[in-house]
Design a protein around this ligand. Structure first.
Ligand code: RB5
Length: 142
């Protein structure tokens, strides 16, 4: 699996932790920035990561900003993206099982590193359930 990661300054530290975790798991990582805590605009990073996913450069994307809200809104503007903003492992499992989320968003000022890595693991390891959920995902795509 190949995962694209991106963040703004508010999510930078968390993005770096997520990246380390992915590399430890042997997952290929495409890092689309940002590369410091200097202030940048989250829509650019959300869009870049979303584009990497819809263009097939990455299988999934993980984005972080201060809250996870802005960058998930930006990612979800890209057609074909289903980005779930998660603050718990339960949400991460459900956004894979029910929404077939292809991107995960988290907030660097909201979620501690330990929880964020558990969320990341659930996002990677949980399969889509299909069935009635496929019908609903199809409606989103329409
Ligand atoms: C940046 O200060 C902050 O607004 C951003 O990281 C994010 O929380 C937006 O939703």
């Amino acid at each position: 699996m190949k995962i694209a990661v991106a963040s703004d300054h508010g999510g930078y530290k968390l993005k770096e932790e997520v990246k380390k975790y992915l590399v430890l798991r042997g997952i290929k990582v495409i890092d689309l920035g940002t590369n410091s805590e200097e202030s940048v605009d989250y829509p650019e990073y959300g869009r870049a990561c979303a584009r990497a996913v819809v263009d097939g450069e990455a299988d999934r994307g993980i984005v972080c900003c201060g809250t996870g809200i802005g960058i998930s809104i930006a990612a979800n503007k890209v057609r074909g993206i289903r980005c779930g903003l998660c603050t718990s492992v339960e949400m991460a499992k459900l956004t894979r099982q029910h929404n077939d989320a292809n991107m995960l968003a988290m907030g660097g000022r909201i979620t501690d590193v330990k929880t964020a890595l558990a969320i990341t693991a659930a996002f990677i390891d949980t399969e889509f359930e299909g069935g009635r959920h496929q019908r609903r995902v199809d409606k989103i795509e329409e």
